[in-house]
Every structure is written in structure tokens, then in C-alpha cells.
Design a protein around this ligand. Sequence first.
Ligand SMILES: *Cc1c(COP(=O)(O)O)cnc(C)c1O
Length: 420
Amino acid sequence: MNDKKKYGFTTTILHQDRQKPIEHGSLHKPLHTSVAFGYRDARQLASVFQGREPGFRYGRQGNPTISALEDKITAMEDGVATLCFATGMGAIGAVFQALLRAGDHVVSSSFLFGNTNSLWQTVAGQGVGVSFVDATDAGAVEQALTPDTRIVFVETIANPRTQVADLARIGRLCRERGILYVVDNTMTTPYLFRPKAVGAGLVVNALTKSIGGHGIALGGSLTDTGEYDWQRYPHIAPNYKKAAPAMWGMAQLRAKGLRDFGASLGPEAAHHIAVGAETLALRLERASANALALAEMLEADPRVARVHYPGLASHPQHALAGQLFRAYGSLLSFELADGIDCFDYLNRLRLAIAASNLGDTRTLVIPVAHTIFFEMGPERRASMGIAESLIRVSVGIEDCADLLADFGDALSDPGPAAAA
Ligand SMILES: *Cc1c(COP(=O)(O)O)cnc(C)c1O
């Protein structure tokens, strides 16, 4: 089906590999594990290395299995090119490594995945100024901009408190100022939302989460949407300006971020992720419906103090999320009423598993302040809106009635802690 017709999201993923010839007519791109590649002759080796001919050089910079996954993600995000990394953090780290220099300034949402927050502290120690702002308010982003601001970084739905960034207004602001807009789309994935639609230049996806979807492989990606004019970026080295300007960013990210930094995705992981991605839409429809039902049940229960889920009318960005996203996603968090110990509660759950991943087919729960946000301390947690008793739920694709019963039954038995 080597045609230009626009197919739906899932059809496109299922048939993406066949857009290019596949060895032996395989229906899946095969798993290539070779680190090195042979050439017609030594001259061809040189021209591949010099970028005069397409081809693979060395496994760290890419291989056919990974490149097939990159094409698939590019199609999913409607972008121009994608680079895969060993993890989501590898992809985010590559942005900093390849594009920022001492003296630059970055504006970042303060509602962030914990390790991204930690990475920003590292970057700040290397001479890059970082301002954390409330990204639900584009005005706060605008106020934080300086003449040295190179990047604005936000998450679509923040993990774990589910704040929704003012994505479209921030996009317009970045476009006016020529600033690179980087959006971490992990919580929404390209099925629920395409950051390209709000002017993002680079999109981050932690493939480990919903795209791979089964908790069996780590991976990350950066997609260039074609929305950013790289001629406006001051630090593209002459070496990476040989092709058309649309390719400059990816050329530098591939060399500086992937080749030099070395956080390369393994081919086995790429294969797992590519297979998982085929059912992304089905899984997210189901998990989002489960999450909404669970959020509604918890919110109606007096033993629950607060529920954070963009699908609830009580969520501060409920209307915005409804305009931007196809569904409200599989992540929610909640706080139990005073007197109910969150550890006792988690221990009473029979289906939901206490574990730290997200976007798995199984429902996973975690006490946030005591685990993934422990290192940053109570003050920074408070500034990010993380209550000490907050429980994050990554809702899976179990049968809805089973999930509701599990979370409901665990509330009904208050256990010895509450009785005391
Ligand atoms: C998990 C996650 C990451 C990092 O992905 P890894 O593959 O675990 O390194 C980045 N951003 C968000 C929003 C995430 O949830």
C-alpha cells in the first residue's frame, strides 16, 4: 500500500512498515541485531559516513528495526522525522545536551515528571538558567521569558497531579518569539493529542509508557513536527546545516544527542514497542473509559478527599482538556480522607499493583510523596501541588466492574489504622 491516501490512526500504524520494502515480504519489520553494516565497496562506506548516500553506519546511531519504529512514530505524530532513545529520559536529556549552552535560559512547567525536574537541576548546575512556572497560565510563561530563553518545556497532562498546560497559547507565544517549544506528550500520546496542532517544534514520547503499553520495554523518542524554523535557533553547528533547514535540528540531535550521548534504543525493545503501538488506540480508549469511571466513583465517596482527573467537571482545566484531547487519559491521582492511611489502603487492593510504571495494561498504583517524588523533599512537593498522601493510579484495561470493585472494597474496609 505504497500510496498517499490518509488513513485513520490505527490503520496507519498497522500498515506503516509496508510503506517501505520489508525483507522477504515479512509483515513486521524484522528484528535486526547487527551493530555494523556492510557496503558495496569501501567508497560506498565513505559516502554513507559522509551523508552523501543513505545507509546505516553503526548501531549507536540507528539500525533498520529502529528506523522502522521512528517512521511509525513520525506518522503517529504527523511529523517530519523521529529519533528513538533508550528511555524517555534519554530523549529529554538529548534535547538539553544537544541544544543548550551555558548562558541559555529555559522556561519549564513546574508540574513535571520527577526525573525531568531532577534533570533540570543538573542542567542549572551547568550554567543554564531554568525558570519554573505554572504552565496552566500562558501569562506566567510569558513573564518568565528573557532574551536568552531558547526552550519552553511543558507536559500535556502533568504526571501525577494532571494539570493541563495552556498548550495552544504557549504555542502562539513561542512562535511569535522564535522560541523552540518542546512538549512531552507521554500522558496523552499522539492518539489523544498531537502537539504539532499547537505549534510544538519537538515532541517527546516516553515509549515505555502507553505507546509500548505492556511494561516490557524501555524507550523514548523525539519527533520534529516541522513547526519550528531552525534558522532561528542560534546554536546549530555548521556541520548540521548541510541539508534543508527543516532537517537541521534532527541532524544535530542525532549527532550530539544520540551518537555522542549514546542512549540508543536496543532493537529488541524497538520491536516490542512497535508491536505494542499497534493497539495503542484500543488500549487508550478502554483505559480512559475505566479512568473516568474510577475517578467518578472515587470523587462521589466521602472517604476520598480529592480526585485529580481532567475528565471530572471539578478539574480546573476540564473544559480545556475537552477541547484539546480525544479523551482524558489513563492517569488519575487522589487523596484519601484524613485518618485513612494510604499504605494500608494500597495494601488492601487486590488487583491494582503497587509499582512505579505508567501506561501498562495492568492498573498500577503508587504513593507519590514516599517514592517517585521522595528525593525532592516536602517543600518542592508542596510547590508542585503534591500532597503527602497522594496516590497515583495508572489505570489499565481490566474489566471496569472489577476495577471499581477493587478500589471500592478497599475503601469499605477501613482497617485497623482508621479504627484506632
Ligand atoms: C516516564 C516518563 C518519562 C521518562 O520515561 P522513561 O522511559 O521512564 O525514561 C518522561 N516523561 C514523562 C511524562 C513520563 O511519564
